[in-house]
Design a protein around this ligand. Structure first.
Ligand code: XIL
Length: 366
């Protein structure tokens, strides 16, 4: 073919719409119509705006077309797929099926991953919780678990939530199989194992809820971080889960103050599980308040130089963990059941757009 035939074709190729992989759905929002939250977050100077994704909804193509769209969400967290009960259901028998169902498509989509979580007191397999372990046995089990999962997901995770929810609200350590068998040192063992077995550069996080204000719990977390830094136990970040409720959520200033407990020590922060539940049935007033809370939380990350990004704990109401965990509450996410975007979605987008326009990222004043 002569070059003259080729030339006019090139612009046509460039301008043709991206092939859609879900031709059966007529009502699917066009993900390319406007920059999504992930793209806006990057323009605003964050690393990401992401979402948790649960395995139970992966057969819904309207859902997955948004979940694995890096313009909308350029970071994902497996809601459940990388937890101990699924990864090591029998002792030393590892099964990565559910984790891979989230990790593989997100890699194809060019999204980042926060990996969640090596050590928690929930969603543990029966063999682990019913075993009558000695301290040394349980440490061996912990090391083996972290070594296997970290090696399997080598290079796949921007960050790992190494330890999840170790504190009570009053700042004491929570009684768990870990604390009760190993003692308080289980936390530093987990971080040392994580550093030893994850790929270089993986950010190691402590992750918890209820630390979004300066309070006994966030201060206890700060004490832990200080101690780790002093003794050179590896830790890079603190994740503030940010499971909020309309009517009693932390303010913007609360969130700034809480993050600064950790950023002042040189750590990074992230809002790792943001959702804002309300009493059902919802109404326009509650939704407006919900939008304000989502926006303030996003702004509290944008304005904090060391806050790397925001992750919502799913973006679609029907798969949110809220209704079954907090009976009578719900509607906690950015998208309605019919995939319409709520006021909260647009409020978050506005915050990110304004930050991109004004270059306000990392502003230290309030
Ligand atoms: C939740 C999941 O969303 C649910 O599907 C599951 O049944 C329980 O766990 N804090 C965390 C998350 O760190 O792992 C939890 O996820 C929500 C609270």
């Amino acid at each position: 073919m002569k070059p003259t035939y080729l030339l006019p074709i090139l612009p046509l190729i460039a301008a043709s719409p991206a092939p859609t992989s879900h031709p059966s759905s007529n009502h699917k929002p066009n993900p390319n119509a406007a920059p999504g939250l992930g793209a806006l977050a990057q323009r605003a100077g964050l690393l990401y705006f992401g979402t948790a994704i649960d395995n139970v909804v992966l057969n819904n193509t309207r859902y997955t077309s948004l979940a694995f769209n890096r313009s909308e969400f350029n970071q994902v967290t497996a809601s459940n797929g990388q937890k101990w009960v699924h990864i090591e259901p029998q002792r030393n028998v590892f099964n990565y099926t559910l984790g891979d169902q989230i990790v593989d498509p997100s890699k194809k989509a060019g999204q980042m991953r926060r990996c969640h979580t090596f050590l928690w007191h929930n969603q543990l397999p029966d063999w682990l919780v019913t075993g009558n372990w000695t301290k040394q046995e349980l440490l061996g089990i912990l090391e083996n678990h972290i070594r296997n999962e970290a090696s399997y997901y080598w290079g796949d995770c921007y960050a790992w939530d190494v330890v999840n929810e170790a504190f009570n609200d009053n700042g004491t350590l929570r009684s768990t199989i870990w604390l009760d068998t190993i003692g308080p040192s289980y936390i530093e063992h987990a971080f040392r194992f994580a550093r030893r077995y994850t790929s270089p550069g993986t950010k190691l996080y402590y992750n918890d809820y209820g630390i979004e204000r300066v309070n006994n719990k966030s201060l206890a977390t700060q004490t832990l971080v200080k101690d780790f830094l002093r003794r050179k136990v590896p830790i890079d970040g603190v994740g503030l889960q940010a499971h909020f409720t309309v009517g009693r959520s932390p303010s913007y200033a609360d969130l700034r103050g809480a993050q600064q407990l950790f950023t002042a020590l040189g750590l990074e922060t992230a809002l790792t599980e943001l959702d804002v539940r309300l009493a059902l049935p919802g109404n326009a007033t509650a939704e407006a308040e919900q939008a304000r809370i989502y926006a303030d939380a996003t702004r509290a990350c944008v304005d904090e130089e060391k806050c790397v990004g925001v992750t919502v704990w799913d973006f679609w109401d029907p798969v949110s963990w809220v209704p079954e965990t907090f009976p009578g509450q719900g509607d906690a996410t950015l998208y309605r059941q019919n995939f319409e975007r709520k006021p909260a979605y647009f409020a978050v987008a506005d915050v990110l757009r304004a930050a991109a326009r004004n270059g306000t990222r990392g502003r230290t004043g309030w």
